[in-house]
Design a protein around this ligand. Structure first.
Ligand SMILES: C[S@@+](CC[C@H](N)C(=O)[O-])C[C@H]1O[C@@H](n2cnc3c(N)ncnc32)[C@H](O)[C@@H]1O
Length: 365
């Protein structure tokens, strides 16, 4: 089924052009015409289309997941929130929102029930000023939906309401998936014993890429190598899960991991060091040219030195999307001759700045 639509996406401020390219890539794959509007610094992108086939969009999204868009929803065009109130009355933003939700609900591909409703706003200083409004509206909108029996926690789609500003909102739905957080922002607390904030990056990567499979894929007793490990934030995450870690770095490990019996510190060059026996996990946070890291990680997976990898690619200042695509192509070029099947995901996590995080795993043939 097709319908006139707006597609809206959230991203890190400054990466609107890249998030727009994500949307264009998905649209091309789904054979959907999309006019993307990306304003620098807005931390969101809105695109319009005469028709979006929601099922085709979802398939394209699954086949070519976005790298820079933290979340994408499809719905109707902007809803005006501030109808002039009668003298002395308060501005009623709930009524127009609920009316827009009801209109959307009539389209079969968006129909309720929905897993939940999230009220979201851009991840910018101006956006954050909308958080009291979002908090005030959320229980009222949710109450209206519960009264209509429109919410069911087993439903595949989630309703997402994006407050672009105090006056305009977009209402849409998206498949509920792992790595899916309100505003695209995981709430992770800095763990006490971890020696660096970048520990949160690996914690987020596990949640984003592994989801419910995390406890199956990351188990006590597995072996891991951490390239560029110092001061030890990533190693700390692995050790917390009971993995034995070889931490390769000429720099010093600090805090709890430095003396941990599960950790072996190897002072060596991570670009050349290899383990004697294959390991379950490779993680790599070396600051290097992205193509060099892409080559390195793909080689570890191609020759079976590691089964799965999580790695960070530091992006150049310009042509960031091109660089990401070059890395994808390079990894595929290394892996293809092995005849293996693999899963590769690249994503700018919330804790990433001028960088993206990757997950590469060899599938069972
Ligand atoms: C961004 S830091 C890693 C932070 C670490 N993931 C954490 O959570 O604490 C990058 C590290 O890579 C190391 N490094 C840079 N080039 C390296 C190389 N060729 N081999 C091994 N380590 C390298 C640096 O010494 C530095 O400690």
């Amino acid at each position: 089924m097709t319908s006139p639509a707006a597609v809206f996406a959230y991203c890190r401020a400054g990466f609107e052009a890249e998030a727009g390219l994500d949307l264009a890539r998905i649209a091309a794959r789904a054979a959907i015409r999309l006019d993307v509007e990306a304003h620098p610094g807005a931390a969101c992108v809105v695109a319009r289309s005469p028709h979006v086939d929601v099922a085709a969009w979802d398939r394209a999204c699954a086949a070519a997941p976005p790298v820079f868009a933290r979340a994408i929803a499809i719905g109707g065009d902007a809803v005006a929130l501030t109808a002039a109130p009668a003298a002395g009355a308060r501005v009623d933003r709930v009524t127009p929102l609920v009316a827009a939700i009801e209109t959307l609900a009539q389209q079969r591909s968006h129909a309720p029930p929905w897993r939940s409703v999230w009220l979201e706003y851009p991840d910018t200083n101006e956006g954050k000023a909308l958080s009291p409004l979002a908090r005030a509206l959320a229980p009222r909108v949710e109450g209206e939906l519960r009264a209509r029996r429109a919410l069911d926690e087993r439903a595949p789609r989630r309703l997402r309401v994006f407050l672009a500003d105090g006056q305009r909102a977009f209402v849409g739905t998206a498949l509920a998936e792992h790595g899916d957080w309100p505003l695209g922002i995981p709430r992770l607390r800095m763990p006490r014993g971890a020696p660096s904030r970048s520990t949160l990056k690996l914690a987020e990567a596990f949640a984003a890429f592994l989801g419910d499979d995390e406890t199956r894929l990351l188990r006590a007793g597995q072996r891991a190598v951490d390239l560029g490990a110092a001061p030890g934030g990533w190693t700390w995450q692995l050790v917390q899960r009971g993995l034995r870690v070889t931490a390769v770095d000429n720099g010093r490990l600090r805090g709890e991991v430095a003396g941990d019996p599960l950790v072996t510190h190897v002072r060596d060059d991570g670009l050349h060091w290899r383990p004697r026996r294959p390991v379950d996990w490779l993680v790599c946070d070396i600051v290097e040219q992205p193509l060099r890291i892409a080559d390195l990680v793909a080689a570890w997976i191609a020759d079976g030195a590691a089964r799965r990898a999580i790695f960070n690619l530091k992006l150049p200042m310009k042509k960031r999307y091109d660089e990401v695509q070059r890395c994808e192509q390079r990894m595929a070029a290394v892996l293809r001759p092995t005849g293996a099947h693999w899963t590769l995901r690249l994503r700018q996590l919330y804790h990433d700045r001028e960088e993206v995080t990757g997950y590469l795993a060899r599938d069972r043939n």
